[in-house]
Design a protein around this ligand. Sequence first.
Ligand code: NAP
Length: 286
Amino acid sequence: MFVITGATGNTGSVVAKTLLAAGKKVRAVVRDEKKAQALKALGAELFVADITDTAALERAVSGADGVYFLSPPDNVAKDFINERKSLTEAQIAALARAKVPHVVVLSSIAAQHRDGTGPIRSLHHVEQQLRRAGIPSTFVRAAYFVENWGAVAHPVKQDGVLPSFLALDVPVPMVSTADIAKTAARALLEGPRGFRAIELAGPTDPTPNEVAAAAGKILNRPVKAIQAPLEAVVPTFTSFGNSQNVAALYREMYEGIGSGHVAAEPGNEKARGTTTLEETLRALLG
Ligand SMILES: NC(=O)c1ccc[n+]([C@@H]2O[C@H](COP(=O)([O-])OP(=O)(O)OC[C@H]3O[C@@H](n4cnc5c(N)ncnc54)[C@H](OP(=O)(O)O)[C@@H]3O)[C@@H](O)[C@H]2O)c1
């Protein structure tokens, strides 16, 4: 039996469906049962728990052959990295008490670095904490989500403009959440292999100019990428409701992408998804 956290989210829902389609038993951990009726109809057992409640998390994962674990965003945190470090320490202690034999984590490229990666620093701690706890783990180190472009769907559709904090003509590894989920499901089915890191990107590494061109093709209108200055990251992210602390972390991440610090760790297993940029953009712009 596999336990899926974040089962109502972008990746968790697809991990759960992929395992159910493979004939596996799935326990979906959800906060709100109403959001998971489709999974229930497909045969998933629903387990209602807030995963910040570590006693509930321990109960949720007991008896699992493998757990899909994600550390959901907290856009309003005052001190995201330290708050998250304490929380994941307690969550991983709960997984250890439940003697979970394999954890598959939604991690990120650059999680090998302790510093200079913004929110990805929290995933560095998760990986380190799992190693210290001695729980066999697969780190699915996902590239920049293609779905992040959904945040600019409005100016793309309305004005034909795709604002980007990434350099316009530099290829960026990007992956769709569907491919992250498929990779995570495959890792759960393969079972534990000690500590394993999979550096995951999409079928191509597009530039933002190419993302704009793909959006233009879908919308049948010209779409132009424009480079937004890094000074605009904090005001933009706070205007979307993120705390100052979280917004500053995103600035650090974009600086890290620009400098090449936020990149896959050489020497690890590499994988590429099959979902095209166009497929995911079409859904975002639909
Ligand atoms: N964006 C990127 O480019 C990128 C790249 C690499 C890695 N990542 C990592 O990807 C992860 C997040 O992925 P995402 O944004 O796609 O997630 P998401 O799909 O938004 O999923 C979040 C899920 O977690 C659930 N959840 C949130 N808080 C919970 C709680 N306290 N108890 C139980 N369930 C809870 C949500 O449930 P509800 O439906 O109840 O809200 C939802 O199912 C982060 O760790 C991030 O660092 C992101």
